[in-house]
Ligand binder design. Sequence first.
Ligand SMILES: NC(=O)CC[C@H](N)C(=O)O
Length: 339
Amino acid sequence: MFNTGMTGYQETLTDPSYHRQVVVQTAPQIGNTGINGEDDESDRVWVAGYVVRDPSRAYSNWRATGSLQDRLAVEGIVGISGVDTRALTRHLRERGAMRVGVSSVDDDRDGLLQRVRQQPQMLGADLSAEVSTPQRYTIEAEGEHRFTVAAIDLGIKRNVPRRLAARGVTTHVLPASTTLADIKELNADAVFFSPGPGDPATADGPVNLAKAVMSAKIPLFGICFGSQILGRALGFGTYKLGYGHRGINQPVLDRTTGKVEVTSHNHGFAVDAPLDGRTSTEFGEVEVSHVCLNDNVVEGLRCLDTPAFTVQYHPEAAAGPHDADYLFDRFAELMNTNA
Ligand SMILES: NC(=O)CC[C@H](N)C(=O)O
């Protein structure tokens, strides 16, 4: 698939939601600022391969500790350069995101194609267990402690607990297999469902947990994969987009305020919910709170009878605009009114 971000390649590479995906960057020059010790979204590179046009031969930044090329080499990730990534993107836009191989062998096209076709599709891929933390860990609140959040790690990014900590929230990051009993034991004020790779239709465990959390009336916030999980828990379907949304300048309308935000996206699937009016579900009324202005894809859900809401995009994003940062305030407010 392709990503249109002009900046943020280090965050892209280390975002667990890119697990098993080869990223094509439309921005022609990648690597100018090198790699630094602060911007990783997780403790490793997750992309399966990296395709750029013109990798920087020299890097320069006051925070840089090394080059993009070295980082990929150290982690054993294949990168390829000199590709007309905009032409490739036009192809992907017409034909959809597809399986791909990156190889230095150039005389066995049929053999390579056959091997690519043997790889699993993203549709139906169940990847949460491959990226989730095996053990619980905690990110403490900065300053005065206000709330405790149980974050279900389906591929969490470091910027989520960071944004929460700045609002006095202590976050316990928990394995994908967490149960409602585990959450109750932690006395959490709310549950967070993280972003993550794979097809949400395979995430029955987290979907059932979201149902249990809603039945217990515990506040719930979800981002991206987490939004798809709430959607499925409410009885909506999810589907694969043709080529997905990946970039840092996507316009989204927040229908609750009428404001348009410029936002960061990374999703290949979306929730199939009616754009207009409210839908009655097992957990009460629900409405689509956010919509992508490029293509009317559902970008957020808001429950009216249970303290739950989600967004399909990334309010935590770095690099990227911080227009949607207010959603973490909304989450804190939800915990406050529910206390
Ligand atoms: N960033 C994410 O959480 C991605 C969610 C899901 N895997 C998708 O591609 O739509």
